[in-house]
Design a protein around this ligand. Structure first.
Ligand SMILES: [Fe+2]
Ligand SMILES: [Fe+2]
Length: 279
């Protein structure tokens, strides 16, 4: 089998200065001929980068939106409007909940999707709402949801909320979904923001599938992590013997620096335009 992942947009630029970057995440993933777009960044600028990266979005099979934050789903409208492709959209069960962030001064700022279910359906796009723990796209490509909270250091972030019946409730990120691909070297896990906690996510996956975790890529939201959480996360990566750690986006400079120091060549800054293969 072969897996190729190209990061279409991310907070920082990689080696190619002709691309644009933004706070957000979008990755193009090919697994044995199956073409997947994982997240769409915040503005739709990933589409500009696609042309420069020689990627054709017209033949997408699936679009997966990891969760309902604007920096992952914001480019989806432009994708629907500009790209002619008859893909299936895969989202978590509560993806269309209205999401907010508590900012300085106690104000709730909307930071959710710029579209609803009706908009997606009006374009004739099929929506697959993942509600089961494990959703198989095929034998090797799996979407996970309903993550277990099994530790005491990855707590819910007190700044993220959803609005239900005009009331703000702490967001438990029940919409968050994660993609995993079975490779010859083990499981490769693709993360959006990992708001539930990267350790909670990997631990849940390990309980559900009997396979070593070979690599991870995407956002880990360690940007808000204290030293205890960061150290416990590093200890977990070591314990699991993860060989490839390509995290970026909401991982944060401090965590990226520390991961690089500890994991050396197993770590890479997965920035805009970066591309790698697992064979
Ligand atoms: Fe994010
Ligand atoms: Fe997020």
């Amino acid at each position: 089998m072969s897996l190729k992942i190209t990061t279409l947009i991310e907070n920082n630029l990689g080696d190619n200065p002709l691309l644009c970057n933004e706070h957000g995440l979008s990755m193009y993933i090919e697994v044995d001929g199956v073409r997947i777009l994982f997240d769409t960044g915040q503005s739709g600028d990933f589409i500009k980068n696609v042309e420069k990266l020689n990627i054709n979005l017209n033949k997408l099979d699936y679009v997966i939106l990891s969760h309902g934050h604007y920096d992952h789903s914001g480019g989806f409208k432009k994708l629907l409007e500009k790209v002619k492709s008859s893909f299936k959209l895969i989202v978590g069960n509560s993806f269309f909940d209205k999401k907010y962030k508590l900012i300085h001064g106690g104000e709730y700022k909307f930071n959710g999707n710029s579209f609803d279910k009706a908009y997606v359906k009006s374009h004739g796009t099929h929506i697959e709402n993942v509600s089961s723990d494990v959703f198989n796209i095929n034998d090797d490509i799996i979407v996970f949801s309903n993550f277990l909270r099994s530790n005491n250091f990855e707590n819910l972030n007190p700044n993220f909320y959803i609005k239900h019946n005009d009331m703000y409730e702490l967001d438990d990120f029940s919409d968050e979904i994660v993609l995993a691909i079975k490779t010859n070297r083990g499981l490769f896990v693709v993360l959006g923001c990992a708001h539930i906690g990267v350790v909670n996510i990997l631990e849940t996956i390990s309980k559900r599938i009997n396979m070593n975790i070979y690599g991870i890529v995407g956002g880990t939201h360690l940007v808000d992590a204290d030293e205890i959480r960061l150290n416990k996360t590093i200890a977990y990566f070591k314990e699991k013997n993860i060989q490839l750690i390509g995290v970026s986006h909401c991982t944060g400079e401090n965590a990226e620096k520390k991961l690089k120091e500890i994991f050396n060549n197993s770590f890479f800054n997965n920035n805009t335009g970066n591309s790698f293969e697992v064979i």
